[in-house]
Design a protein around this ligand. Sequence first.
Ligand code: TLP
Length: 344
Amino acid sequence: MHEYSDFRSDTVTRPTESMKKAMAEAVVGDDVLGDDPTVQKLEAMSAERMGKEAALYTPSGTMANSIAVKAWTRELEEVIVEARAHIYNMESTHMTFISRVTPRSLQSNRGAMDPEEIERNIRMPSVHIPRTSLICVENTHNNWSGAVVPMDNLKAIREIADKHELMIHFDGARVFNASTASGIPVKEYAAIGDSLMFCLSKGLSAPVGSVLVGPKEFIAYARRVRKVLGGGLRQVGVLAAPGIVALTEMVGRLKEDHERAKKLALSLHEFPGISLNPDAVQTNIIIFGFDHPTLSIPEFLAKMKERRVLALATTGGIRFVVHKDIDDEDIDRAISAFRNFLAQ
Ligand code: TLP
């Protein structure tokens, strides 16, 4: 049994034994000088997997998203984002800080923005207003409880973008979870975006890193932006090596996380104070409203911690994330802690 059942995020996953071995044995070079063969291998694999011309390894998803916005926009422009998107809410305003563009947020149906509303919000530049140049989509959608945004919706957004000559950046931090749940190949998701970012360090369990994919020229420019942001790393093959293991060995097991998350959601929704529709839990993230007569969210989370169950408060309630280091015993421990504190 784990010391703690850590549901705070899928970012907490520890590297597997085969990742540690790959790190120890990685053949490295100086990646800033462009000669780390392990990074090159990861980038080539990623571009191939996503059906894009080129790829860039980055230290984090936030850096990859920041670089993409910087590369696709210029000052005095505007970016359409979904109101609960990670890029808009949880990346410390890099759009304004780094790219000096303004986000324009739109409401959605569980992460799916209305294409007609997007079209109505595309702005032509004038002396008063910025020009819209980029649309950002996210799938799975973290703050919508890991929802899978439907492909029809994404295709309709792509059509609007093409009609108005806008770019799309796809935050695919958990695109492998989306693909696992929907059965749609990641390449088809990647085709929606001019660029896509995916994380190796979440459900895929690598210790560090994300990858940005897109056209060759975009990635060449992105490489320069990464350097400016301090993301040019030297013998970084030691970190890219577990990323390769993540892509080759870890994608197939994501369905286990989805099954465990569903089991947990089906048990939780019956407790008083919890508002959760278990049908809406499609992948590995469970977000539920918490409104209890005697316990606040921080008090409840502190009590759970006494029972060695860790979770985080988030917009709209409490978030539990299921990942490789959560097994059936962790799920049972969480359910029994809920029963202990909430059962009437
Ligand atoms: N999400 C983290 C936290 O920042 C909340 C988490 O624990 O879920 N896009 C999406 C959709 C994300 O969920 C995250 C991380 C990122 C981008 C940023 O990735 P990192 O953490 O590598 O910068």
